[in-house]
Design a protein around this ligand. Structure first.
Ligand SMILES: Cc1cc2nc3c(=O)[nH]c(=O)nc-3n(C[C@H](O)[C@H](O)[C@H](O)COP(=O)(O)OP(=O)(O)OC[C@H]3O[C@@H](n4cnc5c(N)ncnc54)[C@H](O)[C@@H]3O)c2cc1C
Ligand code: FES
Ligand code: FES
Length: 495
């Protein structure tokens, strides 16, 4: 068994009396504000930078979007964040860019394209859109309109309709197409897309990181663990502001995705975006990026960690369902002792975990699928994008000479916990992939679940959805099977 050998002292992080240091636009900040208080409030009420707007305070509208620059393997990388869910502790040692930080003497070229395309009316949402597009300009994404539009998937506008904003995004993509092979920061500063001070930020962050060594290492035992904050700060923002928090998000030792033999090891603080950008994940899960588009939005994916998704214990947590089908194992630590726990054994009841308060996830690992192993994830929600699931499910099947030799199937939204469908998985093992087996598997799954009627659908609808999504798994993984009969056969379930 391979563990990162960690000294607990390395990441017992932060209590609220620590000094937080970061660069805000072009200015170095040292603040003794509580490290669990929110970046949005700091920006507006302590720095009086009013361009960053307050909308929902729940990560949904994007009005508060800022860019966070961080050094990753020595390279400066910017990502969009919703500042309403970002504690100061998570930006320690980083570069925070608000709309004021990309202002030029005249309109910034991104703002100019928004104005030219009539993409702004009341203007409330506009700084958020501009910051998301600024994040696109600084990313290494190909400069296409599609990618520029994808970058604003976390921004809502209530005035314009989106077509004019999409046109503006297309024009920003055209601007970035002129970059060619030039280094991005060089291009955007030379062409006055971003102010010149951006060229010095990497060196300033390097100097800052040297000063930070050993800081924020105080702790007390009553501390709350925090990852990206995208669940915590929606659930209890007021309570947290003054609380003592262990910030796990910033610790490089808790990040990273690596392969050793046939195992994949994931740091608990790896974000969804880290997974999307991982060559290992891209190689073994070629549909991952397509599937992930159904999950939250660009800024939330930039912040949300995998461990946070597991521990939140939502019965519809998308990554929980994903990793249940991969039969992932958690390495839990309380700082002195470690134990392994299969993810499927973590959930004991609604939001009740087989985990002590002082235990945190130190690592996640799973066996990478072999050549004969197939994987699929399906999700249905009321709205296609930026919505939580009504029902989600994942499946992993190993099929040798037409026989299923190994099967793991999971389902969310169909009971009080994210569910590993043990009996359905057991039933599938040793069977051939036929319409009859699939139909019987759906019937077995129905016996394992206990959905309730709520805002996301009636119990009967969720039963029906799970049945259809199990069919979708097989139709996706085995395109050669005759689907007509399968699609027509379904039962209506009582609510
Ligand atoms: C607008 C919006 C859209 C969303 N859409 C989706 C969606 O489509 N699908 C979905 O599944 N979720 C969604 N979420 C929920 C959320 O983004 C995810 O659950 C995310 O993975 C949580 O990770 P985090 O790092 O932000 O967790 P945090 O909020 O930081 O923490 C959540 C819990 O995990 C604990 N924790 C974090 N790391 C550790 C660790 N290493 N060890 C022990 N405990 C730990 C914390 O103490 C806390 O109890 C959405 C949230 C928002 C705000
Ligand atoms: S205020 Fe709506 S996403 Fe932050
Ligand atoms: S311009 Fe008014 S909300 Fe977008």
């Amino acid at each position: 068994m391979l563990f990162y050998c960690l000294s607990y002292a390395n990441f017992k992080i932060s209590n609220r009396k620590n000094l937080i240091k970061f660069i805000l636009n072009n200015k170095e900040i040292n603040t003794d504000k509580p490290s669990a208080s929110l970046l949005l409030d700091f920006i507006r009420y302590h720095r009086h930078l009013m361009g960053t707007k307050i909308g929902c305070r729940e990560g949904d509208c994007g009005a508060c979007t800022v860019l966070i620059g961080d050094l990753k393997n020595g390279e400066l990388q910017y990502r969009s964040f919703t500042s309403c869910l970002t504690p100061l502790g998570n930006i320690h040692g980083k570069h925070v860019v608000t709309i004021e930080g990309i202002n030029m003497d005249d309109l910034n070229p991104i703002q100019q394209r928004m104005a030219d395309a009539s993409a702004t009316q009341c203007g409330f949402c506009t700084p958020g859109f501009v910051m998301s597009l600024a994040g696109f300009c600084l990313s290494d994404k190909e400069a296409t309109q599609q990618n520029a539009v994808a970058a604003i998937d976390g921004n809502i506008c209530r005035c314009t309709g989106y077509k004019s904003i999409e046109r503006a995004a297309g024009k920003v993509a055209e601007l970035m197409q002129q970059k060619g092979d030039q280094e991005v920061l060089e291009f955007v500063t030379e062409n006055q897309v971003f102010p010149g001070y951006f060229t010095g930020i990497k060196e300033r962050l390097q100097k800052l990181s040297l000063q930070l060594n050993g800081e924020l290492d105080k702790q007390d035992s009553s501390m709350q663990f925090a990852g990206g904050g995208t669940d915590l700060y929606v659930q209890k923002p007021e309570e947290l502001k003054e609380a003592s928090v262990h910030f796990l998000y910033n610790k490089d030792v808790l990040k990273g995705i690596r392969k050793t033999g046939n195992k994949c090891f994931i740091g608990p603080s790896a974000t969804v975006t880290d997974l999307q950008e991982s060559e290992i994940i891209q190689k073994y899960f070629p549909n991952f990026n397509k599937q992930v588009k159904l999950i939250s939005s660009t800024p939330i994916r930039n912040m949300a960690t995998i461990a946070g998704n597991f521990i939140n214990a939502s019965p519809i947590g998308d990554f929980t369902i994903f990793f249940l089908a991969l039969d992932a194992t958690l390495v839990l630590s309380d700082g002195s002792e470690m134990r392994e726990l299969p993810l499927r054994q973590l959930y004991k009841g609604y939001k009740t975990l087989d985990k002590r308060a002082e235990e945190f996830i130190e690592q996640i690992w799973f066996e990478l699928p072999g050549e004969q192993t197939l994987f699929n994830f399906e999700k249905v929600s009321k709205r296609t994008h930026l919505d939580i699931a009504s029902v989600n499910t994942a499946i992993q099947l190993t099929v040798i000479s037409g026989t299923i030799t190994e099967a793991n199937i999971s389902a969310g939204g169909v009971g009080p916990i994210p569910k590993f469908l043990e009996q359905t998985s057991e039933f599938l093992r040793g069977r051939a992939v036929t319409e009859e087996v699939i139909t019987e598997a759906i019937d077995r799954a129905q016996k394992e679940i206990s959905p309730i009627s709520d805002a996301r659908g009636t119990a009967g609808y969720k039963r029906l959805l799970l049945g259809q999504l199990i069919k979708a798994h097989f139709i996706t993984l085995f395109p050669e099977i005759a689907v007509e009969k399968l699609l027509l056969s379904h039962n209506i379930y009582d609510d």
